[in-house]
Design a protein around this ligand. Sequence first.
Ligand code: FMN
Length: 171
Amino acid sequence: MNTLDAMRSRRNIRQFSDRAIPAKDLDQVLEMARRTPSGSNKQNWDFVVVTDRNQLQELSKVWQGARPVASSAATIGLVAPKVSDERASLGIQYDLGQVTMTIMVAAADLGIGSGHAWVQDQQLAQKVLGFPDDRFLAWMIALGYPADGPLKPIENLKRRPFDEVVHRGRW
Ligand SMILES: Cc1cc2nc3c(=O)[nH]c(=O)nc-3n(C[C@H](O)[C@H](O)[C@H](O)COP(=O)(O)O)c2cc1C
């Protein structure tokens, strides 16, 4: 798929098929994630990749909205440093948003579906993933092949209209 079609085809996947993701495709997605730009090139992220079914099922319990993780072929946990400074925290969240979209577009390019998951239970997340005390699990990206059929460019887009969102020159 080319990049624009990958972006047109991406949608949140909440139920995945049993098909595994080839290791080389998963590594390509992670390599693209590693290339993501970040403020001052700080790269305040680590990627914890989980493919073990029992671990995925445990991980899916960190928040009720994280259920898609249970059926995913792989989930990438975005682990970031805990910071008290508000500006630094906002910067890290911005960078994590960029990583998220990089992962999702790279995955879609390879025909792999993806879904965001927030994290509530940090204790459980740390128990399952074993990251150090000065880090937290910021977000998870569940990956796999959609249970309801392959990704293809979306026709009926649920988005605000183009002319309402785009302001040219001034608001
Ligand atoms: C910051 C953020 C957090 C999200 N968290 C969750 C989540 O925890 N669980 C979930 O099922 N979807 C989650 N979503 C998915 C959104 O609901 C979804 O992207 C949105 O409805 C647009 O649909 P689309 O992704 O299919 O285009 C999240 C999306 C974003 C951007």
